[in-house]
Design a protein around this ligand. Structure first.
Ligand code: GLN
Length: 190
């Protein structure tokens, strides 16, 4: 099983370490041909505007939209989750439209821009440690979207079929619960 990680900018290296710890092979993705041999794709945290520009410049945008959730399961964290949304606000920005949700960027305000907290998820009995860094808020989810965790009543971990999106950074903690779940999603329907 080979998991591609978009490696333009942001914390792609942290995803590589977590996924390899779980025993899967990884490959950094920088060009459209890099997508061809992958079983899944990770869109890491970082700056979604920069990453979006890169997807466009490298011709990655269209093939990801075409394969995403079908032959290509995707896991997006923070900026990656913003890229996956159907609609992005604050400010409005183009996105892949693969998850029926509306994202508001940088929505926690400067006072609580970043924090480490714990929340329960539907994935395990134990709360999961979560790092939020200039995180977006998921303002709306459509009927096809399953909410796997919430913070202050707002969804923070969601799934639409074979696509998983987190507004926080599971790759920055030692807790592998969420990456394990993603690898299971990839494995089960392969
Ligand atoms: N604030 C960033 C954005 O809007 C996301 C931050 C992150 O990925 N930690 O793109």
């Amino acid at each position: 099983m080979k998991i591609g990680i978009l490696a333009v900018q942001g914390d792609f290296e942290a995803h590589r370490k977590t996924i390899e710890r779980l025993g899967a092979e990884t490959a950094f993705v920088k060009t459209a041909p890099d997508l061809e041999t992958l079983d899944a794709l990770v869109l890491p945290g970082g700056e979604s505007t920069t990453q979006l520009q890169f997807l466009n410049d490298e011709g990655l945008f269209a093939p990801i939209v075409e394969r995403g959730g079908k032959t290509l399961p995707i896991f997006g964290t923070c900026a990656g989750a913003i890229l996956l949304a159907r609609e992005v606000k604050n400010p409005p920005q183009a996105s892949l439209g693969l998850v029926d949700m509306t994202m508001v960027r940088n929505a926690y305000g400067p006072q609580i821009e970043s924090c480490v907290t714990q929340a329960v998820t539907t994935l395990s009995d134990r709360p999961v440690e979560m790092v939020f860094i200039r995180a977006p808020v998921i303002e709306r989810v459509g009927p096809a979207v399953e909410v796997l965790a919430r913070r202050d009543d707002k969804p923070i971990l969601v799934r639409q079929g074979r696509i998983l999106a987190a507004t926080f950074h599971p790759e920055l903690t030692g807790d592998v619960t969420i990456h394990s779940f993603f690898l299971k999603l990839v494995r089960d329907v392969r």
